[in-house]
Design a protein around this ligand. Structure first.
Ligand SMILES: Cc1cc2nc3c(=O)[nH]c(=O)nc-3n(C[C@H](O)[C@H](O)[C@H](O)COP(=O)(O)OP(=O)(O)OC[C@H]3O[C@@H](n4cnc5c(N)ncnc54)[C@H](O)[C@@H]3O)c2cc1C
Length: 463
């Protein structure tokens, strides 16, 4: 709290009172730890909330939500801040509720279920599950938050076989805008349970989440590396190869342009490549046979081998520490040779560190009646592009390149996109089917009519 010579204001006294009721903490502007407290994983986002809450329990979360409601403030839950760019920095009327102190992970091996508190990172679940011979539907990054990722959908390396992570959720515990602690599952609060499985973080502050694990210990996975000059050729062969693959095979066609900075390991620092990342959740011999057409291209480096499933968290080489970054993505109706030519023309030589195409389909595309708000993704491919933005000129250059790339690929842009790969604010209608969008608005109106809970991809209450 401020050590000021002036008398404390009413707001400061109110925050002191709230702090006294928490086992966690409240950080206010002017406090010593203010700048570190308000920082997101994405260092490019300058978050300026009214205060930062650091709860340590669901009870703390109830206190913060009640306080916000009584004081005409809003609450923005944040796990890591990987998607802070979409939330935006202007949060003057909002308490930023950061969950990183809530980190308990429990694995129930006999039920093949994991329970993660709100601040748990994926690597923590992946390693705990692996100790029991189990795998989670984790994404490419070890330090993305389990809750934010799952509420938005959750696209893992096993998604073509097992669908998106949200549809493997068995229960969610959350504090609603009226300060109630509820457990939503198939039998309790079914509308809320439906909405949080792919509808994002607009419906309450999640305090814990439970989801299915799978008995997978090893995968055949790795990267085929080629010189960047072969981008169009390699991506076209990769695209043709994806037709008719079994659902156990997931792959990414990707252009990687590593900047010459010390954070990048020496062997690839300052170099550019086109790569195919391949993950086969099955037998090595079958995986190797499937990969033959890509290996026939003669990769300069080939790291595909049988590996522990936990190793998938680092296959994509995502940064494990906070970084300044800008990027964006979107679903594609198809990837054809013309798109590949357009993508290569925009990407190669640009300031973009990564331009990737992930292959979807399989279980990702199959909606089932028991699924949540993101029942299925129809689009067969998804694009994501990003670059580091350590100084102002880089911010403008990366934004311009992402914009140019998205414009060049606009003819292939699908009607709906994926919330987790949208780093810019989108019209909520573009994130869901029409039916899901209207149902989400009704659920929002039922649980948060005054729009107290502020999410990165907001859903306006119906009416
Ligand atoms: C390097 C990198 C790799 C990625 N890889 C993948 C991938 O492989 N697959 C994939 O699907 N996505 C991936 N993503 C996207 C990622 O899933 C989203 O950015 C997601 O929103 C991150 O969740 P978070 O909690 O870490 O981030 P945050 O920015 O903290 O959260 C994002 C939003 O989630 C909601 N939220 C978070 N916690 C809570 C809570 N306790 N209660 C209610 N709402 C909450 C809030 O609305 C918040 O604004 C990646 C992103 C990056 C930057």
């Amino acid at each position: 709290m401020n050590t000021q010579l002036l008398a404390p204001t009413d707001a400061e006294l109110a925050l002191d009172d709230l702090r006294a009721r928490l086992s966690g903490d409240i950080v206010a502007p002017g406090d010593e730890s203010w700048d570190s407290a308000r920082q997101a994983w994405n260092l490019a986002v300058d978050q300026r909330p009214a205060a930062v809450a650091l709860p340590e329990s669901a009870r703390d979360v109830v206190e913060v939500v009640d306080f916000a409601r009584r004081n005409d403030l809003r609450v923005a839950p944040q796990g890591t801040g990987h998607n802070a760019a979409a939330l935006g920095g202007e949060l003057g009327d909002t308490i930023l509720l950061k969950t990183h102190r809530m980190r308990a992970v429990t694995i129930i091996p006999e039920a093949r279920i994991a329970r993660a508190e709100a601040g748990v990172l994926w690597i923590e679940v992946v390693e705990a599950a692996a100790a029991h011979g189990l795998a989670a539907l984790a994404g490419s990054s070890p330090d993305v938050g389990v809750v934010g990722y799952t509420l938005g959908g959750g696209l893992s390396w096993l998604a073509r076989k097992h669908g998106i992570g949200a549809n493997q959720v068995t229960a969610v515990e959350l504090v609603t805008a009226d300060g109630r602690f509820v457990r939503a599952d198939r039998n309790n609060e079914p509308d809320l349970f439906w909405a949080v499985r792919g509808g994002g973080g607009a419906f309450g502050v999640v305090t814990a989440i439970e989801f299915n694990l799978f008995p997978i210990t090893e995968v055949y996975a790795g990267i085929l590396w080629f010189p960047v000059e072969r981008s169009a050729e390699v991506l076209k062969v990769w695209r043709a190869w994806t037709d008719g693959l079994p659902e156990e095979m997931t792959s990414v066609g990707r252009i990687l342009q590593f900047p010459p900075i010390p954070e990048i390991p020496k062997p690839v620092r300052g170099q550019s490549f086109v790569v195919v990342e391949a993950i086969y959740a099955g037998d090595e011999a079958e995986g190797a046979s499937l990969l033959e057409p890509l290996r026939a291209l003669g990769p300069a480096m080939d790291t595909v081998a049988t590996m522990p499933v936990a190793g998938l968290s680092r296959l994509h080489m995502d940064p494990e520490e906070p970084v300044p970054v800008a990027g964006d993505g979107g679903m594609l109706t198809d990837v054809d040779d013309e798109l590949i030519e357009a993508l290569v023309a925009e990407a190669v030589g640009s300031p973009l560190l990564t331009v990737e195409l992930r292959h979807l389909g399989g279980a990702v595309a199959r909606a089932r009646p028991e699924h949540g708000a993101a029942a299925a993704f129809e689009a067969p491919f998804i694009l994501y592009a990003a670059g580091f933005t350590p100084f102002p000129e880089a911010v403008a250059a990366v934004h311009a390149s992402v914009h140019a790339l998205r414009s060049a690929l606009a003819p292939w842009e699908a009607a709906h996109t994926y919330m987790n790969f949208a780093d810019t604010r989108r019209d909520a209608k573009s994130l869901f089917t029409e039916q899901a969008y209207h149902r989400l608005r009704r659920v929002k109106a039922a649980y948060d009519p005054a729009d107290l809970i502020r999410s990165n991809h907001p859903i306006a209450p119906a009416g």
